[in-house]
Design a protein around this ligand. Structure first.
Ligand SMILES: Cc1ncc(COP(=O)(O)O)c(C=O)c1O
Length: 374
């Protein structure tokens, strides 16, 4: 039995009848850029996230970029974030000429360790970007406390965490900005690239709206240099339709996580110290990924792929050790938890349509590798 890491085709079959007429309507209207479909999507996503405003943009990467641009962050500024994230988090900081300053992660959640945050603040620090990795929120209470004490802006990288909650508050509703990705593999994915910035503050939302359209306000008059960061109507329509199903899909991901926990317990793999399962801390974890730590991770990876089980490493090289950030002067050992996570972690299939048999097959194959199978 093949078990893919992600298969979106069954999901498309569930929503085909809702989505295809929407897409056809847009094709017939020939209204592709911004417009009412984007406005509808922005209102729906903002409300879902508990934010007052939503600004649709071209991608999650551009959501981060536009949020930083809205704050005027650039050369001479420092932005604190985690080195254990997708490249886009740190790429956005570097593209604006600002300096990424890293804080290591908590070993259990893989999120930025807020206890280490304040020591990284300098007179040049302008912002903090906590990342809600794999679908679980970072410790936002602690992040906001440091931010408020030092007058810093907080940009939540919620690309993997739409609908995630911590102490009853949603991702994208706590910081000054929430940045979301609609990349197809995300829990709320569109049919290409797309993203959204959520905000509570109206002035920030207005500025982001201007920046996503070349800083044009009114048309052809530019007080700011922005870019083309516009979300298109086709992607917005897909997101609006899919959003109605998101809670059901999240529940299916959570049920898959519970199923894995039972299967791994039955196989005795955690007790034997072979794997460590993800923890869900005072959170609504939305399981964009189900990431385990594994003994001999690379051996297990090769074994599972050899058995047609789709797995992936998110992420094999922490950002402080990437070639393009060599100028920051970091070396191995600077952020030991991030480096250890990069060596030990492995994402297993968790998508909503994963079946019981498929989950059992994954755990059987893991048990087979460690010689603990039944
Ligand atoms: C944590 C994180 N930040 C940012 C992004 C960037 O989003 P996008 O691929 O839509 O540009 C992603 C997704 O790829 C991500 O996982």
């Amino acid at each position: 039995m093949k078990v893919p890491l992600l298969d979106l085709k069954p999901q498309y079959e569930q929503i085909r009848e809702e989505i295809e007429p929407e897409l056809l309507e847009i094709c017939r209207s020939q209204m592709f850029i911004l417009g009412p479909k984007v406005a509808e999507c922005e209102a729906a996503v903002a409300a879902y996230c508990g934010a007052a405003h939503g600004v649709g943009v071209t991608s999650g990467s551009d959501a981060l970029l536009v949020a930083l641009m809205t704050e005027g962050i650039g050369a001479g500024d420092e932005v604190i974030t985690t080195p254990y994230t997708f490249f886009a988090t740190v790429g956005a900081i570097a593209r604006l000429g600002a300096k990424p300053v890293f804080v290591d992660i908590e070993p259990d959640t893989f999120n930025l360790d807020a206890a280490k945050l304040e020591a990284a603040v300098t007179p040049r620090t302008k912002a903090i970007i906590p990342v809600h990795l794999y679908g679980q929120m970072a410790d936002m209470d602690a992040v906001m406390a440091v931010a408020e004490k030092h007058g810093l802006v907080v940009i939540e990288d919620a690309a993997q965490a739409i609908g995630s909650e911590r102490n009853g508050r949603r991702a994208g509703s706590i910081g000054h900005y929430g940045c979301f990705s609609f990349f197809p593999s995300k829990n709320l994915g569109c049919f290409g690239d797309g993203g959204m910035i959520t905000m509570q503050d109206e002035a920030r939302a207005k500025k982001a709206v201007i920046l996503r359209n070349h800083g044009s306000d009114p048309k052809y008059y530019h007080k700011l240099v922005g870019g083309n960061f516009r979300l298109d109507a086709l992607q917005a329509a897909v997101v609006t339709v899919k959003l109605r199903h998101l809670d059901g899909w999240t529940a299916a991901r959570q049920a898959n996580a519970e199923r894995y926990r039972k299967l791994f317990a039955a196989a005795g793999l955690e007790a034997a110290g072979k794997v460590t399962l993800p923890v869900a801390k005072t959170n609504r974890h939305i399981y964009n990924q189900f990431v385990i730590r594994a003994e001999n991770r690379d051996g297990l990876l090769a074994h599972l792929r050899g058995q047609d089980v789709g797995v992936e490493i998110y992420y094999p090289v922490p950002l402080h050790l990437q070639d393009c950030f060599r100028d920051l002067g970091h070396r191995e050992g600077d952020f030991p938890e991030s480096e250890r996570a990069a060596k030990e972690t492995l994402a297993l299939p968790i998508y909503p349509d994963l079946t019981d048999d498929m989950a059992a097959r994954v755990v059987d194959c893991v048990a087979g590798f460690y010689g603990t199978g039944t």
